[in-house]
Ligand binder design. Sequence first.
Ligand SMILES: CC(C)(COP(=O)(O)OP(=O)(O)OC[C@H]1O[C@@H](n2cnc3c(N)ncnc32)[C@H](O)[C@@H]1OP(=O)(O)O)[C@@H](O)C(=O)NCCC(=O)NCCSC(=O)C[C@@H](O)CCCCCCCCCCCCC(=O)O
Length: 721
Amino acid sequence: MGAAAVAVIRLRNPPVNALSLTALQALEDGLKRADADPSVKAVMICGENGKFSAGADIRGFSSPKRHGIALGPIISLIEKSEKPVVAAIEGIALGGGLEVALGCHYRIAHVKARMGLPEVTIGLLPGAQGTQRLPRLIGVPAALDIITTGRHIPATEALKLGLVDEVVEENTVEAAIRLANKVIGQPLGPRRLSLKPVPKLPNMEAFLREALVKVKKQAHGCLAPELCFQAVKAATEQTFADGVRKEQELFNILLTSGQAQALQYAFFAERAVQKWTTPSGASWKSASPQPIHKAAVIGLGTMGRGIVTSLVKANIPVVALEQNLEYLNMGRKAVMLLLEREAMKMEQGAQTLRFHNPARLQFTVDFDVLQDVDLVIEAVFENMALKKEIFQKISRICKPGAFLCTNTSALNIDEIASATRCPQQVIGTHFFSPAHVMRLLEIIYGLHTSATAIATAMQLAKALKKVGVVVGNCFGFVGNRMMFPYVQQAVFLLEEGSRPEAIDQVLEDFGFKIGPFRMSDLAGLDVGWRSRKGQGLTGASLPPGTPARQRHGHRYSPLPDLLCENGRFGQKTGKGWYQYEKAGGRTAKPDPWLHNFLAQYRDTHHIKTRFIDQEEILERCLFPLMNEGFDILAEGIASGPEHLDVIYINGYGWPKHRGGPMFHASTIGLPRVLAKLQKYSEAHPDVPGLRPSAFLKKLVAMGNPPLKDWMSYLSRQSNKL
Ligand SMILES: CC(C)(COP(=O)(O)OP(=O)(O)OC[C@H]1O[C@@H](n2cnc3c(N)ncnc32)[C@H](O)[C@@H]1OP(=O)(O)O)[C@@H](O)C(=O)NCCC(=O)NCCSC(=O)C[C@@H](O)CCCCCCCCCCCCC(=O)O
């Protein structure tokens, strides 16, 4: 039989062949034409430009045109076809794309293709019969894993699981046409997944019970994983048709849950921040990144070690530098341990060998070794004088054109750049701890930072598999600046009558991975103490006679300073806001000592203890954080609310299914946020963080516009930069 007997249906909707209304219609038309044409003996479905399909058009879920359109019936049509249908999977087959392939009678994939059902990551479940076909094909444990995690699996793993029939290194489309020709006339019944039983397990009930516990534990309040589980469970208990009905019912619950909207917003926000611009007109469109062939990291403390590990993992040769041999050896040991753990996680012994290659990872105390690096990341103590000294030195030693990055979490980039001869090469790269794990990289441009430096830092973030977010220069930048009023309120709530465990619980129930006090104990209370001493807020430089609970006329809580004075630095000392089993312990237990200490503190300062309910805890912590966000937007420090949200989701453990703080503000409604801030501000007039931002007030006055329109309400003149 010649190749002409195989009809080719090509999914075409660049850049990822998402299944839009038009694409779905074209698929259905193509199938019906092939079915009706007696000269067609088989069908091959592939995607345009080397990509099968990324699934349903996500933007379509909020489109009114979507109603009544379904992919499932089209997939049934494929499966019912009397002519064999072969899927040729190149690039990606995700979500609805993979569901189309599961409807086909045969699947052939390119060796570099990736497959998955990532609907759970955008708050949904596979809603085109995927939850019913996949367990029938590869069994319940593997299907449950793929559907509840949304992970992408490589073609080789797909072959092992039986998800695809063949993996090829050559032209997949040609191979699929060959396969289609070969199977013409063979019985299709055994190839129709809807007719297959779900493979049995010796103890399905016990397996599902345990799996549910695991799914719930990992969900952190996100609804989709559990509903994905329910859909797969239905496949084990019901007929295919009933299972599909259950899948639809659960899909609709998720679609209207609000979490799906938040997660889809987060998906597009992450892509939007890649298209960075600055108020001076620099932009991703015109700036080109420079290649980084070799990098250096100065300082091998906690941050430096993580950054070195991250660079090595990205296969970028690194020079790791410390001030003396003692610190260098300590740093070297710690880095090697991290790399070994990473290699174990990657389960590739070969990686270990490459990590240990001395030509790619060099430890030194000699600054002259930095002469040929393309980029330096300084990761020493948060001390301006020290940082300036280092920048002065490296700007003399490094080759012209080398990028000089500082891993500061709050300090002024322009002041650091002023110590160099090349301020255009200086840029802030704020990593988050642990730096080899956390996805966020806050990229801070100064007054003189070049567009090339920004583009290069963004490219570096991508190479390190991180999300880079470009922001302007101000104390604390975006993330920490918004964090200050949040933490401040949490401590004020302790003064007024609450306890660390009560406050942490409310915020963890909201979805934060870790509440503010557990976070503070983990990070170390001494970090903030040192910074406050540096700012003259506490310690020897505090002018005599300063009231204990006031600084510069505003409310101040000395509680964290008092804890530090008592040697309570958090986990590292075994005591902080909680008590731990030992120094370095990780299990936080409420501490009666602290409860007594708080009671005495309130007595000393004549603070009347009151009961503070969950609503007040949540609002007092979250609303000032959002409020600061509105000020940041008004000052032009970030170019849109999506930037703030991406920073909070990827760097501060904000629950992704709540879309980020600014998205959350928009879902609560800005008038409500404003009214509550006004109420709390009246009750606490000495707390500037509770005073509503002028931009928030303006947006409310303009009728609470949708988040995507907020920035259009900012006049150019109000942009500081
Ligand atoms: C695919 C990726 C892995 C690619 O990653 P990469 O890093 O290479 O590139 P980007 O992430 O930057 O993406 C490039 C570009 O493409 C946009 N995009 C990607 N995927 C989609 C998508 N699925 N829909 C829309 N747009 C998409 C992305 O935004 C970028 O564009 P930008 O302008 O922002 O730069 C990676 O992108 C990825 O992981 N994508 C998501 C994959 C995914 O989650 N798939 C699941 C989708 S949900 C699904 O399939 C549900 C089904 O189970 C059930 C569906 C039943 C109902 C079907 C009804 C459909 C109705 C549609 C109605 C439409 C109305 C209309 O046409 O008007």
